[in-house]
Ligand binder design. Structure first.
Ligand code: NAD
Length: 251
């Protein structure tokens, strides 16, 4: 039956950035679809665990601006749940500053979290999938700025454009192992990430006016796309960045 193809019962997922926002929504979607989730965030994912229950959701606290936690993350998922099926690279940060003054720190921090760790965590997950001979699903959270330039966010745009390219590269190399590598490009979603934009009355009005759906997105808006790309229903979808943007890119 078609709905069975979306069932994640028995699957094990790692979701980065699970303490709040979109990663919390994706964790909720996976648990509701039947999966066990190990969340990884800068701060403890206690609110997510309270929402989903400790039997379905456990978490690590780790700083993903370095590669130090990569091995521990994969090992913890495997030790706790016996295997790994799904990785969601959702953790990400944005730094806003005029490009003419943009600091090296704002460049390095964003690139390290949004791209460098994303690549090496994907590599570690892929090695585990190959070891298990199971195939697997890797989903990265990209952005509208995988497609557009943005303003005052050069390291963010560079990282998210690279995520879209890398998604294609990894799909090309890892499809032969039964690994699907896709990305979701959220539009403008109401989370901490966009708080500064939403508090700027002029920018907020300009953004809202341009979204055909006429509203900011919410973490719940990503749940369907996340389950689709994590499930058997997307087995022949590979290397693609799926926009969930209320129509923004079509405008
Ligand atoms: P958010 O700021 O609420 O969440 C960011 C998450 O990343 C948090 O869970 C945080 O713990 C984690 N994180 C950041 N730096 C980390 C570090 N050094 N170590 C470990 N974890 C770290 O924002 P969000 O909107 O939920 O963002 C989630 C993802 O979605 C990000 O990759 C973001 O770029 C992307 N995104 C968001 C929007 C939007 O409109 N909100 C749009 C496009 C893409």
């Amino acid at each position: 039956m078609i709905l069975d193809m979306f069932d994640l019962s028995g699957k094990v997922a790692v979701v980065t950035g699970s303490d709040t926002g979109l990663g919390q929504g994706i964790s909720k979607a996976f648990v509701e679809a039947g999966a066990k989730v190990l969340g990884v965030s800068r701060s403890a994912s206690t609110a997510t665990q309270e929402m989903l229950g400790a039997e379905n959701f456990s978490y690590l606290t780790a700083d993903l601006s370095t590669l130090d936690p990569v091995e521990t993350i994969i090992n913890t998922a495997v030790e706790k749940y016996g295997k790994l099926d799904i990785l969601v690279n959702n953790a990400g940060i944005i730094k806003r500053q005029d490009s003419i003054e943009f600091s090296v720190d704002n460049w390095d921090l964003v690139i390290n979290v949004n791209l460098r760790t994303l690549f090496f965590l994907s590599q570690a997950a892929a090695k585990q999938f190959v070891k298990q001979n199971s195939g697997g699903k890797i989903i990265s959270v990209a952005s509208m700025l995988s497609y557009q330039g943005g303003i005052r966010v050069p390291s963010y745009t560079a990282s998210k454009s690279a995520v879209k390219g890398l998604t294609m590269t990894l799909a090309n190399e890892w499809a032969k192992y039964g690994i699907n590598v896709n990305a979701i490009a959220p539009g403008y979603m109401a989370t901490n990430n966009t708080q500064a934009l939403r508090e700027d009355a002029d920018r907020s009005a300009a953004i809202l006016e341009r979204i055909p759906a006429g509203r900011w997105g919410t973490p719940d808006d990503l749940m369907g796309a996340a389950v689709f790309l994590a499930s058997k229903a997307s087995d022949y979808v590979n290397g693609f960045t799926l926009a969930v943007d209320g129509g923004w890119l079509g405008r």
